[in-house]
Design a protein around this ligand. Structure first.
Ligand code: KG4
Ligand code: ZN
Length: 391
Protein backbone atom coordinates (compact mmCIF):
# COMPACT_ATOMS: atom_id res chain seq x y z
CA UNK A 1 0.00 0.00 0.00
CA UNK A 2 1.37 3.39 -0.98
CA UNK A 3 0.57 6.30 1.32
CA UNK A 4 0.89 9.89 0.19
CA UNK A 5 1.34 12.05 3.28
CA UNK A 6 1.10 15.78 3.84
CA UNK A 7 2.27 17.93 6.76
CA UNK A 8 1.55 21.66 7.18
CA UNK A 9 0.96 22.16 10.91
CA UNK A 10 3.69 24.73 11.57
CA UNK A 11 6.56 26.05 9.47
CA UNK A 12 7.56 23.01 7.43
CA UNK A 13 5.65 22.01 4.32
CA UNK A 14 6.27 18.35 3.57
CA UNK A 15 4.98 15.69 1.23
CA UNK A 16 6.11 12.08 1.06
CA UNK A 17 5.19 8.78 -0.44
CA UNK A 18 5.79 5.69 1.63
CA UNK A 19 5.14 2.12 0.72
CA UNK A 20 3.92 0.02 3.64
CA UNK A 21 4.51 -3.64 3.09
CA UNK A 22 2.54 -5.64 5.65
CA UNK A 23 0.21 -4.65 8.44
CA UNK A 24 0.79 -2.16 11.22
CA UNK A 25 2.83 -2.48 13.45
CA UNK A 26 4.87 -5.11 11.64
CA UNK A 27 5.09 -3.47 8.24
CA UNK A 28 8.29 -2.65 6.43
CA UNK A 29 8.24 0.92 5.18
CA UNK A 30 10.04 2.05 2.07
CA UNK A 31 10.46 5.75 1.56
CA UNK A 32 9.73 6.25 -2.12
CA UNK A 33 9.78 10.02 -2.23
CA UNK A 34 10.21 12.79 0.27
CA UNK A 35 10.18 16.54 -0.18
CA UNK A 36 10.25 19.15 2.52
CA UNK A 37 10.45 22.91 2.44
CA UNK A 38 11.24 24.78 5.60
CA UNK A 39 9.98 28.34 6.08
CA UNK A 40 12.43 28.98 8.91
CA UNK A 41 14.37 31.66 7.00
CA UNK A 42 11.16 33.58 6.39
CA UNK A 43 9.96 33.54 9.98
CA UNK A 44 13.37 34.39 11.38
CA UNK A 45 12.88 38.16 11.40
CA UNK A 46 9.74 37.69 13.50
CA UNK A 47 11.53 35.48 16.01
CA UNK A 48 8.86 32.82 15.64
CA UNK A 49 6.17 31.56 13.33
CA UNK A 50 4.09 34.30 11.68
CA UNK A 51 0.79 32.48 11.05
CA UNK A 52 -0.55 34.24 7.95
CA UNK A 53 2.81 33.91 6.25
CA UNK A 54 2.99 30.22 7.20
CA UNK A 55 -0.39 29.62 5.57
CA UNK A 56 0.57 31.48 2.40
CA UNK A 57 3.88 29.68 2.08
CA UNK A 58 2.26 26.25 2.54
CA UNK A 59 -0.17 27.12 -0.25
CA UNK A 60 2.74 28.11 -2.51
CA UNK A 61 4.83 25.06 -1.74
CA UNK A 62 2.37 22.15 -1.80
CA UNK A 63 1.96 21.51 -5.53
CA UNK A 64 5.70 21.77 -6.32
CA UNK A 65 6.51 19.48 -3.36
CA UNK A 66 3.89 16.96 -4.45
CA UNK A 67 5.44 16.92 -7.88
CA UNK A 68 8.94 16.44 -6.47
CA UNK A 69 7.88 13.61 -4.18
CA UNK A 70 6.03 11.82 -7.01
CA UNK A 71 8.96 12.30 -9.33
CA UNK A 72 11.39 10.86 -6.82
CA UNK A 73 9.03 7.92 -6.34
CA UNK A 74 8.93 7.22 -10.04
CA UNK A 75 5.16 7.74 -9.91
CA UNK A 76 4.90 10.95 -11.89
CA UNK A 77 3.51 10.45 -15.36
CA UNK A 78 2.57 13.21 -17.72
CA UNK A 79 -0.77 13.01 -19.42
CA UNK A 80 -3.58 15.16 -20.73
CA UNK A 81 -6.46 14.90 -18.30
CA UNK A 82 -9.49 17.02 -18.80
CA UNK A 83 -11.20 18.01 -15.60
CA UNK A 84 -14.97 18.12 -15.81
CA UNK A 85 -16.54 21.49 -15.05
CA UNK A 86 -18.13 19.86 -11.97
CA UNK A 87 -14.76 18.70 -10.66
CA UNK A 88 -13.18 22.09 -11.40
CA UNK A 89 -15.97 23.81 -9.51
CA UNK A 90 -15.63 21.44 -6.54
CA UNK A 91 -11.89 21.97 -6.24
CA UNK A 92 -12.25 25.69 -6.71
CA UNK A 93 -14.75 25.93 -3.89
CA UNK A 94 -12.65 23.70 -1.63
CA UNK A 95 -9.62 25.90 -2.24
CA UNK A 96 -11.47 29.20 -2.42
CA UNK A 97 -9.23 30.73 0.22
CA UNK A 98 -6.11 29.56 -1.58
CA UNK A 99 -6.66 30.64 -5.19
CA UNK A 100 -2.98 30.26 -6.01
CA UNK A 101 -3.00 26.70 -4.72
CA UNK A 102 -6.10 25.97 -6.79
CA UNK A 103 -4.37 27.28 -9.93
CA UNK A 104 -1.17 25.28 -9.49
CA UNK A 105 -3.03 22.13 -8.46
CA UNK A 106 -5.57 22.31 -11.28
CA UNK A 107 -2.76 22.81 -13.76
CA UNK A 108 -0.92 19.84 -12.28
CA UNK A 109 -3.98 17.60 -12.40
CA UNK A 110 -4.67 18.49 -16.02
CA UNK A 111 -1.16 17.65 -17.11
CA UNK A 112 -0.45 14.51 -15.06
CA UNK A 113 -2.07 11.12 -14.66
CA UNK A 114 -3.39 9.82 -11.37
CA UNK A 115 -0.38 8.29 -9.62
CA UNK A 116 -0.41 4.82 -8.15
CA UNK A 117 -1.05 5.77 -4.55
CA UNK A 118 -3.64 4.15 -2.33
CA UNK A 119 -4.34 6.56 0.51
CA UNK A 120 -3.69 10.15 1.52
CA UNK A 121 -2.69 10.88 5.11
CA UNK A 122 -2.73 14.47 6.31
CA UNK A 123 -2.04 16.20 9.60
CA UNK A 124 -5.36 17.56 10.85
CA UNK A 125 -4.01 18.83 14.19
CA UNK A 126 -2.73 19.95 16.56
CA UNK A 127 -0.96 22.98 15.17
CA UNK A 128 -1.67 26.37 13.66
CA UNK A 129 -5.22 26.04 12.44
CA UNK A 130 -4.96 28.22 9.30
CA UNK A 131 -1.82 26.32 8.31
CA UNK A 132 -3.48 22.96 8.99
CA UNK A 133 -6.45 23.87 6.79
CA UNK A 134 -4.21 24.39 3.78
CA UNK A 135 -2.88 20.84 4.06
CA UNK A 136 -6.29 19.35 4.85
CA UNK A 137 -7.98 21.06 1.89
CA UNK A 138 -5.14 20.12 -0.42
CA UNK A 139 -5.54 16.48 0.69
CA UNK A 140 -9.29 16.64 0.11
CA UNK A 141 -8.81 18.15 -3.34
CA UNK A 142 -6.43 15.34 -4.32
CA UNK A 143 -8.82 12.78 -2.86
CA UNK A 144 -11.68 14.16 -4.95
CA UNK A 145 -9.65 14.33 -8.12
CA UNK A 146 -8.17 10.85 -7.72
CA UNK A 147 -11.03 9.18 -5.89
CA UNK A 148 -8.98 8.25 -2.83
CA UNK A 149 -9.66 8.25 0.90
CA UNK A 150 -8.13 10.74 3.29
CA UNK A 151 -6.86 9.67 6.70
CA UNK A 152 -6.70 12.64 9.09
CA UNK A 153 -3.85 12.08 11.54
CA UNK A 154 -2.66 13.51 14.79
CA UNK A 155 0.69 15.29 14.49
CA UNK A 156 1.74 14.10 17.96
CA UNK A 157 1.14 10.46 17.10
CA UNK A 158 3.42 11.15 14.15
CA UNK A 159 6.15 12.32 16.54
CA UNK A 160 5.74 9.14 18.63
CA UNK A 161 6.08 6.88 15.60
CA UNK A 162 8.98 8.88 14.14
CA UNK A 163 10.99 8.12 17.28
CA UNK A 164 10.66 4.37 16.95
CA UNK A 165 11.00 4.15 13.19
CA UNK A 166 14.08 2.43 11.86
CA UNK A 167 15.77 2.45 15.26
CA UNK A 168 17.02 -1.05 14.51
CA UNK A 169 17.87 -0.07 10.93
CA UNK A 170 15.34 -2.40 9.39
CA UNK A 171 12.80 0.10 8.02
CA UNK A 172 10.30 -1.09 10.58
CA UNK A 173 8.86 0.25 13.80
CA UNK A 174 10.56 -1.11 16.88
CA UNK A 175 8.88 -3.96 18.65
CA UNK A 176 7.60 -1.99 21.64
CA UNK A 177 7.29 -3.37 25.13
CA UNK A 178 4.25 -1.90 26.89
CA UNK A 179 3.47 0.06 28.90
CA UNK A 180 5.53 2.75 27.23
CA UNK A 181 5.99 6.41 28.08
CA UNK A 182 6.29 9.02 25.36
CA UNK A 183 7.87 12.34 26.24
CA UNK A 184 6.85 14.71 23.47
CA UNK A 185 8.81 17.93 23.37
CA UNK A 186 8.28 20.35 20.52
CA UNK A 187 7.71 24.01 19.78
CA UNK A 188 4.05 23.77 20.71
CA UNK A 189 3.85 20.83 23.12
CA UNK A 190 5.41 19.30 26.19
CA UNK A 191 3.57 16.17 27.21
CA UNK A 192 4.03 12.87 28.93
CA UNK A 193 1.88 10.19 27.34
CA UNK A 194 1.30 6.69 28.61
CA UNK A 195 0.80 4.01 25.98
CA UNK A 196 -0.82 0.79 27.20
CA UNK A 197 -0.81 -0.62 23.69
CA UNK A 198 -0.43 0.58 20.13
CA UNK A 199 -2.68 3.56 19.46
CA UNK A 200 -3.81 3.72 23.10
CA UNK A 201 -2.68 7.04 24.45
CA UNK A 202 -3.29 8.65 27.82
CA UNK A 203 -1.89 12.05 28.73
CA UNK A 204 -0.36 11.91 32.20
CA UNK A 205 1.50 15.23 32.31
CA UNK A 206 1.91 18.43 30.35
CA UNK A 207 3.22 21.95 30.56
CA UNK A 208 1.22 24.55 32.43
CA UNK A 209 2.62 27.37 30.31
CA UNK A 210 5.38 27.40 27.68
CA UNK A 211 6.41 24.33 25.70
CA UNK A 212 10.08 23.34 25.96
CA UNK A 213 10.85 24.29 22.34
CA UNK A 214 9.14 27.61 22.89
CA UNK A 215 11.38 28.23 25.92
CA UNK A 216 14.46 27.45 23.80
CA UNK A 217 13.23 29.87 21.15
CA UNK A 218 12.51 32.65 23.66
CA UNK A 219 15.79 32.27 25.52
CA UNK A 220 17.67 32.30 22.22
CA UNK A 221 15.93 35.54 21.37
CA UNK A 222 16.98 37.06 24.72
CA UNK A 223 20.55 36.11 23.82
CA UNK A 224 20.27 37.64 20.36
CA UNK A 225 20.33 34.27 18.57
CA UNK A 226 18.15 33.53 15.55
CA UNK A 227 14.97 31.44 15.38
CA UNK A 228 14.65 28.50 15.89
CA UNK A 229 16.52 28.73 19.14
CA UNK A 230 16.98 25.05 19.96
CA UNK A 231 19.92 24.30 17.66
CA UNK A 232 21.56 27.69 18.43
CA UNK A 233 21.35 27.20 22.18
CA UNK A 234 22.61 23.64 21.73
CA UNK A 235 25.71 24.76 19.81
CA UNK A 236 26.53 27.52 22.28
CA UNK A 237 25.98 25.19 25.25
CA UNK A 238 28.37 22.65 23.79
CA UNK A 239 31.04 25.34 23.47
CA UNK A 240 30.55 26.20 27.14
CA UNK A 241 30.97 22.53 28.08
CA UNK A 242 34.07 22.19 25.95
CA UNK A 243 35.60 25.27 27.55
CA UNK A 244 34.32 24.30 31.02
CA UNK A 245 32.95 27.81 31.49
CA UNK A 246 31.72 28.60 35.00
CA UNK A 247 28.01 28.96 35.75
CA UNK A 248 26.81 32.39 34.65
CA UNK A 249 23.86 32.58 36.98
CA UNK A 250 21.98 29.95 38.99
CA UNK A 251 18.74 29.05 37.21
CA UNK A 252 15.67 27.33 38.64
CA UNK A 253 14.72 23.76 37.80
CA UNK A 254 11.01 24.38 37.60
CA UNK A 255 8.58 21.78 38.99
CA UNK A 256 11.47 19.41 39.70
CA UNK A 257 9.88 18.34 42.98
CA UNK A 258 6.27 19.25 42.32
CA UNK A 259 5.22 15.66 42.93
CA UNK A 260 3.22 15.46 39.70
CA UNK A 261 4.12 14.98 36.06
CA UNK A 262 3.50 18.55 34.94
CA UNK A 263 6.01 21.06 33.63
CA UNK A 264 6.41 24.82 33.61
CA UNK A 265 9.05 26.66 31.62
CA UNK A 266 7.95 30.27 31.63
CA UNK A 267 9.59 30.93 35.02
CA UNK A 268 12.88 29.55 33.75
CA UNK A 269 12.72 31.83 30.74
CA UNK A 270 11.94 34.78 33.02
CA UNK A 271 14.90 33.87 35.24
CA UNK A 272 17.13 34.03 32.17
CA UNK A 273 15.59 37.38 31.27
CA UNK A 274 16.45 38.83 34.69
CA UNK A 275 19.92 37.32 34.63
CA UNK A 276 20.79 38.97 31.31
CA UNK A 277 18.72 42.17 31.59
CA UNK A 278 20.52 45.37 30.67
CA UNK A 279 23.83 43.58 30.23
CA UNK A 280 25.99 43.32 27.18
CA UNK A 281 27.00 39.67 27.32
CA UNK A 282 30.23 38.41 25.79
CA UNK A 283 30.10 35.37 23.50
CA UNK A 284 31.38 33.20 26.32
CA UNK A 285 28.78 34.52 28.73
CA UNK A 286 26.07 33.70 26.18
CA UNK A 287 27.51 30.22 25.86
CA UNK A 288 27.46 29.80 29.63
CA UNK A 289 23.83 30.96 29.89
CA UNK A 290 22.89 28.57 27.07
CA UNK A 291 24.52 25.69 28.89
CA UNK A 292 22.95 26.63 32.23
CA UNK A 293 19.54 26.78 30.56
CA UNK A 294 19.94 23.53 28.62
CA UNK A 295 21.14 21.77 31.77
CA UNK A 296 18.13 22.95 33.80
CA UNK A 297 15.71 21.82 31.11
CA UNK A 298 17.44 18.47 30.70
CA UNK A 299 17.41 17.76 34.41
CA UNK A 300 13.70 18.52 34.70
CA UNK A 301 12.81 16.42 31.65
CA UNK A 302 14.83 13.46 32.91
CA UNK A 303 13.35 13.65 36.39
CA UNK A 304 9.77 13.82 35.12
CA UNK A 305 10.31 11.00 32.66
CA UNK A 306 11.78 8.92 35.46
CA UNK A 307 8.79 9.68 37.67
CA UNK A 308 6.40 8.68 34.89
CA UNK A 309 8.28 5.41 34.45
CA UNK A 310 8.13 4.70 38.19
CA UNK A 311 4.42 5.44 38.37
CA UNK A 312 3.48 3.32 35.39
CA UNK A 313 6.06 0.55 35.44
CA UNK A 314 6.93 1.46 31.86
CA UNK A 315 9.39 -0.73 29.99
CA UNK A 316 9.96 1.73 27.20
CA UNK A 317 10.71 5.45 26.96
CA UNK A 318 10.10 7.24 23.68
CA UNK A 319 11.36 10.80 23.30
CA UNK A 320 10.07 12.74 20.30
CA UNK A 321 9.38 16.20 18.85
CA UNK A 322 11.74 18.93 17.66
CA UNK A 323 13.63 19.29 20.94
CA UNK A 324 14.63 15.62 20.78
CA UNK A 325 17.09 16.68 18.07
CA UNK A 326 19.31 17.96 20.88
CA UNK A 327 22.47 15.86 21.06
CA UNK A 328 23.03 16.82 24.67
CA UNK A 329 19.54 15.77 25.65
CA UNK A 330 19.89 12.43 23.89
CA UNK A 331 23.25 11.68 25.53
CA UNK A 332 22.00 12.72 28.96
CA UNK A 333 18.87 10.58 28.66
CA UNK A 334 20.76 7.57 27.39
CA UNK A 335 23.37 7.63 30.13
CA UNK A 336 20.90 8.42 32.90
CA UNK A 337 18.45 5.68 31.99
CA UNK A 338 21.16 3.13 31.33
CA UNK A 339 22.16 3.56 34.97
CA UNK A 340 18.57 3.70 36.10
CA UNK A 341 17.52 0.44 34.46
CA UNK A 342 19.57 -1.19 31.76
CA UNK A 343 16.48 -3.09 30.57
CA UNK A 344 14.51 0.05 29.79
CA UNK A 345 14.40 0.66 26.04
CA UNK A 346 15.00 4.34 25.24
CA UNK A 347 14.19 5.68 21.76
CA UNK A 348 15.06 8.95 20.06
CA UNK A 349 14.26 9.71 16.40
CA UNK A 350 16.82 9.05 13.73
CA UNK A 351 18.42 12.17 12.22
CA UNK A 352 15.91 14.29 10.35
CA UNK A 353 12.85 12.82 12.03
CA UNK A 354 12.87 14.89 15.24
CA UNK A 355 11.55 18.05 13.69
CA UNK A 356 8.40 18.16 11.62
CA UNK A 357 8.27 15.96 8.53
CA UNK A 358 5.72 14.02 6.51
CA UNK A 359 7.32 10.59 6.89
CA UNK A 360 5.91 10.46 10.41
CA UNK A 361 2.50 11.44 9.05
CA UNK A 362 2.50 8.45 6.70
CA UNK A 363 3.41 6.20 9.65
CA UNK A 364 0.62 7.67 11.76
CA UNK A 365 -1.78 7.28 8.84
CA UNK A 366 -0.90 3.61 8.61
CA UNK A 367 -1.39 3.23 12.37
CA UNK A 368 -4.75 4.90 12.22
CA UNK A 369 -5.99 2.68 9.41
CA UNK A 370 -5.06 -0.36 11.46
CA UNK A 371 -6.63 0.93 14.66
CA UNK A 372 -9.77 1.85 12.73
CA UNK A 373 -10.63 3.87 15.81
CA UNK A 374 -12.34 6.34 13.61
CA UNK A 375 -13.52 4.81 10.39
CA UNK A 376 -12.58 6.83 7.39
CA UNK A 377 -15.52 9.13 7.04
CA UNK A 378 -16.86 11.39 4.39
CA UNK A 379 -14.46 14.07 3.22
CA UNK A 380 -16.55 16.90 4.56
CA UNK A 381 -16.36 15.51 8.09
CA UNK A 382 -12.57 15.94 8.10
CA UNK A 383 -11.61 19.18 9.78
CA UNK A 384 -8.42 20.90 10.85
CA UNK A 385 -8.32 21.19 14.62
CA UNK A 386 -5.57 23.33 16.10
CA UNK A 387 -6.11 21.80 19.53
CA UNK A 388 -6.64 18.22 18.44
CA UNK A 389 -5.97 15.90 21.38
CA UNK A 390 -3.97 12.73 21.29
CA UNK A 391 -5.34 11.49 24.55
O1 KG4 B 1 8.39 19.32 16.41
P1 KG4 B 1 8.83 20.63 15.86
O2 KG4 B 1 9.63 20.63 14.59
O3 KG4 B 1 7.59 21.55 15.59
C1 KG4 B 1 6.48 21.56 16.42
O4 KG4 B 1 5.64 20.63 16.26
O5 KG4 B 1 6.44 22.46 17.28
O6 KG4 B 1 9.63 21.38 17.02
C2 KG4 B 1 10.23 22.63 16.82
C3 KG4 B 1 10.96 23.04 18.08
C4 KG4 B 1 11.49 24.48 18.05
O7 KG4 B 1 11.07 25.13 19.23
C5 KG4 B 1 13.01 24.29 18.04
O8 KG4 B 1 13.70 25.34 18.70
C6 KG4 B 1 13.17 22.98 18.74
O9 KG4 B 1 12.08 22.19 18.30
N1 KG4 B 1 14.44 22.34 18.38
C7 KG4 B 1 15.42 22.07 19.27
C8 KG4 B 1 16.49 21.53 18.52
N2 KG4 B 1 16.11 21.48 17.21
C9 KG4 B 1 14.85 21.98 17.16
N3 KG4 B 1 15.50 22.25 20.60
C10 KG4 B 1 16.63 21.89 21.22
N4 KG4 B 1 17.71 21.40 20.59
C11 KG4 B 1 17.69 21.19 19.25
N5 KG4 B 1 18.76 20.67 18.61
ZN1 ZN C 1 6.00 18.79 15.60
Amino acid sequence: MKILSIETSADETAVSIIEADGDFPNATYTLLGNSLRSQIEMHREYGGIFPSMAKREHAKALTPLLKLALEESGLLTKGENKMTPEMTAKLESLLEREPELFDTLANFLRTHDKPEVDRIAVTSGPGLEPALWVGVNFAKALALAWNLQVIPVNHMEGHVLASIFDADRDNQLSDLQFPAIALLISGGHTELIKMEAWAKYEKIGSTRDDAVGEAFDKVARLLGMPYPGGPEIGKAANEARKKKLPEYHPLPKPMLNSGDLDFSFSGLKTAVRYAVADKKLSEEEKQAVSRDFEDSVTEVLIKKAEKAIEQTGAKTLIVGGGVSASGHLRQSFNSHFLNYDANLAVYFPMPGLSTDNSIMIALAGHAKMAASLSPEGALNSIRADGNKKLA
